[in-house]
Every structure is written in C-alpha cells, then in structure tokens.
Design a protein around this ligand. Structure first.
Ligand SMILES: [Zn+2]
Length: 428
C-alpha cells in the first residue's frame, strides 16, 4: 500500500533530476540566511557552482552547534509572517535549538508521515494512540498530523499516567501505538502487572531512540504487535524522515525529500553503500529552515539490496549516535551493543544503567542490570552464576571488561521520554 506511489518508488535518472532541481531551490533559499551566505563566501563558492548532485561535496557541513549559535531565529529563511509553527529540539545533547515551519513545511512533513503509516498498513478505521510528549517535542503533534491525515482516529494520550494509557487501549480498542521503545517496554511491564488485555493492538511505531532487534522481538511477543522503527529529528522536520516497511529490515528514507550521504565521522569523507558511518542529510523540501549537509550524529549505512516493497534504498537500523558512542580504554562502545547482549540472556530484566568512571587513570565501566523476578527470588548461587554469565557475554561482544551489579526487579529508573541509560562520570 502506497500513499504517494509515484514519489515513494521514484528511482534512477528521474529521481536524480528531481533531487537536483530541489537541491538548487534549497540552496537558493539558504541564501536568505546570514550563516549560509557567510559559509558560501568563506568556502569561495556561489550557488551556481552546484551544477550536479556530486557538487554538493563543495559545500561545508552544517553542525548542530551552528544551529545553537543561531538561537532563536538566526536560521529562518522566511519572515515571521510566513511561520506557522515553532518547535524546539529535545535538547538530548545540550541546549535546545528552535525549528520553525511554514504552512508548506507542515504539509510536506504530514505527507511523509502519511506515507510511513500507510506503508505499515494503517488506514481509516485504525485507532492510533500517540503516547508521545505533545509539547515542543515534534513526536507529539508531528505524528498526530500524519495519523490524522490518513484517516486514523487519533488518541493524543501524551506521556505518563501509564495505567490510564493502558485502560484507554483496552476501552477504546486501540489498534496502533506510537511512543519511544523504552516507554513501550515500561507500558508492557505495567500492563502485565495489571493483567491487562491489549489484544486490540496490531501495530507499534517506536522511535526517537536506537533500539535492538531483541527489544523488537520482546515488544512484539509481549504486546502482540508488529513493531516498526521510526527515525527522525526535529531539524529535519521531526519524526517521519525514515521508517521501516512491512519487511522490517532497514528503514526507507524518502529520497525525493532528503538527499542522503554517509560519511566517516572523523574525516568527513564520503562512504559507499554498505559502509557504516554518520548520516548527513540535506532536506530538499524545507522552506522556513533549509539546511545543507546537516550532520545528524546518527550512525547507520545505506543498504545495497533492493527492498521487495518497491521503494528506494534503505538505511540500516541505527547503531546509535556518534556522540552516544563511548570510548572506553580506547575502544568504541555503543549502549545499543550492551542492550543487545543483555537481551539475549534469560533471567535479565528489561532495564539497565551504565556508569563510566576514571579510577587511577583507567576507565571503568559498571553496568547495573535488573534481574527477572524468578531469578531474584531463587538461590544465591544462581545470582553469582548469572552475574558471571553477563560479564562473560559482555566481554565477548565489547572486548572490554565491565563490572556487573545485579539489581532487584523494578529498582532502576524508568523513562517516559528518551531513555538516558549512560552516565559518564569521567572528568577530563
Ligand atoms: Zn520496503
């Protein structure tokens, strides 16, 4: 099922022609922004120097810190009387940045979300509960607009009050749920405690955090949904930039609306399909806040194989953020790797926390892991066996030693928004 079959399946020269036309228009639009005018001047280029898609590498990258420097409205390419909505980024990695939208921007964003939800089989008749933060976070209103556009009955439940959320799923017969994967996991635990029947649910759309295939299997088994990965960021409109299709093997990014590059995060060099690196995106249909070669900080790769659904090249599921990446004793570790290891060990609960310290000039990683209820009430010898097993599995995957502390079920923090599982206590 397609929402816009022509655009979703556009490939080859026809796609390239459209991308180039839109790239040129986007570059023109950026010249209303002081930052970009200056950038072109300093790089010794003019908009006319960009004659092909490959010429994009002549343009320097735009970084999140650049956007912060323009706070609040330094990156607007249109006057305020054309702005229709203002959001801010979630501020996961520091001070929030402002993002703004014209009427056309809101329509373009809604269209991309409508494509995503249609792609996973949602349509009029579905009851869609959006358990995302509705304030400045784009996952609230953004997702809401997309689900409404395809005719779903949208329940804007927001975050928190988990018991009430579960009652609504039951009472309304909710068929689709959107939230962060960590909140979905929390909601699952609470529903199990309440012995709630969530059998009306069919589809789960989970995003705003990197999550593993093991978490997917867990959520699918326990919630009875097909769980889809959703990717986006406020600077690129919000959620809906890329989304899994029913194959559940990589995320389709909308190539008519986003020009994709994968780069080596250290050197900035362009990488080929199949090589893991940082996602760099030039949005092609943004009016209020056009961006060029925006460094997302997210690590993925372009997949080489074609998807049976007929849409364009996919991004691999995200490996984490380049700034989530921990360097411990010189070795790169992503929290998603730790999650993956823990999920594969029976008797380990759903929650964990990672602490990094520097003790006597050496990095030490401590991982607190919640046990399942059954192992917690069992023998002490079982606990030390479990602890040893976790340490061995972590060492095999991460190639470094981590201290493991077992914690009582329910004792570690739960997250309703984005999970913050890593506390780096090292001082430089
Ligand atoms: Zn597909």
């Amino acid at each position: 099922m397609f929402w816009n079959e022509k655009m979703e399946t556009l490939k080859g020269q026809e796609l390239k022609d459209l991308q180039l036309k839109r790239l040129k228009a986007t570059i023109k639009q950026t010249q209303n922004i002081g930052f970009y005018k200056q950038m072109f001047k300093e790089a010794g280029i003019t908009p006319d120097d960009i004659k092909t898609l490959d010429d994009i590498t002549k343009i320097p990258f735009t970084k999140k810190s650049d956007l912060r420097g323009g706070y609040p409205f330094g990156f607007l390419a249109v006057p305020m009387n054309q702005i229709n909505r203002i959001h801010t980024t979630s501020g996961t990695t520091g001070k929030p940045t402002v993002v703004a939208y014209t009427k056309n921007d809101l329509a373009a964003w809604t269209e991309l979300l409508a494509r995503n939800f249609t792609m996973v089989g949602l349509k009029a008749g579905d009851i869609f509960q959006n358990a995302a933060n509705y304030s400045l976070f784009t996952g609230g209103l953004g997702i809401h607009m997309g689900a409404e556009a395809i005719g779903c009955a949208v329940v804007p439940s927001g975050v928190g009050n988990t018991k009430r959320q579960i009652e609504m799923i039951q009472d309304f017969g909710v068929t689709a749920l959107h939230c962060t994967p960590s909140y979905a996991m929390h909601l699952t635990e609470v529903a199990e405690e309440m012995n709630a029947d969530l059998s009306s649910l069919k589809v789960g759309c989970f995003g705003a955090e990197a999550w593993s295939d093991n978490t997917r299997r867990d959520l699918e088994n326990r919630l009875g949904v097909k769980a889809y990965d959703s990717y986006g960021m406020s600077e690129l409109f919000g959620p809906g930039v890329a989304f899994e299709c029913q194959e559940q093997n990589g995320l389709h990014i909308w190539h008519d609306s986003y020009l994709v590059e994968i780069i080596d995060p250290k050197t900035g060099e362009t990488l080929e399909a199949g090589e893991k690196g940082e996602l760099v995106v030039t949005p092609l249909v943004k009016e209020a806040m056009p961006l060029l070669r925006y460094r997302t900080g997210d690590i993925t790769m372009l997949m080489e194989d074609e998807c049976p659904c007929g849409r364009g090249p996919k991004l691999a599921r995200f490996f984490g953020r380049s700034d989530d990446m921990l360097t411990i004793r010189g070795i790169n570790v992503f929290p998603s790797q730790i999650e993956h290891v823990l999920k594969n060990i029976p008797d380990v609960g759903d929650q964990f926390m990672v602490y990094i310290d520097r003790i006597n000039h050496l990095d030490e990683m401590t991982i607190e892991v919640e046990m399942s209820k059954s192992v917690f009430s069992g023998e002490l010898a079982d606990l030390s066996r479990l602890q040893a097993k976790i340490m061995k599995a972590l060492q095999e995957t991460l190639t470094i030693r981590a201290r493991v502390e077992l914690k009582e079920p329910g004792s570690l923090p739960r997250f309703e928004g984005k999970a913050k599982r890593v506390i780096d206590r090292r001082t430089v």
